[in-house]
Design a protein around this ligand. Sequence first.
Ligand code: EPZ
Length: 426
Amino acid sequence: MDIWRITGERKLEGSCTVQGSKNATLPVMAASLICPAGTELFNVPQLSDVDSALRILRHLGCRAYQQGNSVYIDSTAISDSTIPEHLMEEMRSSVFFLGALTARCGEARLSLPGGCRLGKRPIDLHLDALRRMGAEIEENGGEILCRARQLTGCEITLGFPSVGATENIMLAACAAKGSTVIRGAAREPEISALSDYLISLGAEITGAGTSSITIEGFKPRKQTHFRIISDRIAASTLMCCTAAAGGRVELRDVVPEHFSTVTDVLAGCGCDMIRTGDTLTVSAGGRLSSPGYFSTEPYPGFPTDAQPVLMAALLKASGTTYIREKIFENRFRQAAELRKLGADIETDGNLACIKGRERLYGSRLEATDLRGGASMVVAALGAEGETVICDSGHISRGYEELDKVLCSLGADIKATPHNTSAAADG
Ligand code: EPZ
């Protein structure tokens, strides 16, 4: 159990570099399997989810290790196409190995990724698409066996722009005969990042970042170097920390377009934003005012991953905020913990109502999941006295040394790490 002791009401001042994106890194790591050569990735955050992906790659026979913010993977020799349950369970993103292994070996045997803490998270769209491409899939309890002597390109229309399904199809399509067209594709920046990586291996892909992506099957052969994009959710979290604590923080190495919906809401609440190239400076002073209403949507809409941290930043805003969560069925789990700080939050299905309170008071909280845990850090920074957050490894799955980053900006946080891992939820 990691224990965070946060003494709130300290203004944040200073400058920090935002980490590389977790959700861009994990599919790219799986994609490195497609090419029997070496891949060097830069700007990779040091996270427990990245460790889990490295363990899977090593289990499959790759040489794979992380040194600082660089990851090296050599997948020339693969000795296995089976991923045991204990490795699949470590993180949700292990599902990307389904498309990557099928592309590389013509076969993947793995179990369903574990621990659905945000509500139901089926992978029916992933499996339906692979079947349409000619794969034979057997589902036996929690185990999946996917076989395809030759995948065939085809047109796939997604009923919902699932990020993971779009990425898995892109991976499988690399080994397919002919072209694959994904209609209704997810448009998140992480999709464009995966496309850029695959292009660096020699793939021909057009349309990534739009709802129609075309991938031509190809024979990847190049050793490659690739830089991971900046993490838009880590940037959004740091903005919300500043909004809750007050102060002025410069975020370096960001792509402001990737999280402009979050910036816009915070600007409407009274935060000042100044952009200079890839730097964004956020200032907050005095009480925020409620934005009234916002809802989560697939990109380019407001990201579900930033919903819990923005909720936390608005607990003390004047007025009432309504939040509609449209992506996951159970993403208000943080609300019950935030109430212990004195927050006035009511939830009804996918709608949350927050009545801004003038003060919050430190308490003992338990992190519910990755972004829920981060929301408690945000709220604690604006609360009077000490908040203790007990976290069974959720926050370190997605944030690189968040405690140290915040302390460098003037926060009072004492975090005691312990080596336990959280059930997968990312
Ligand atoms: C990715 O998850 C992210 N994870 C999530 O980030 C993020 O919250 C989510 O996209 C939405 O933006 C990674 O990139 C590793 P989806 P993913 O498939 O791919 C339903 C974080 O905090 N659905 O777009 O799992 C599903 O149930 C994490 O960093 C199906 O019904 O998300 C959900 O309601 C958490 N069938 C919705 O679509 C399917 O086959 C969105 O899921 C697939 C999805």
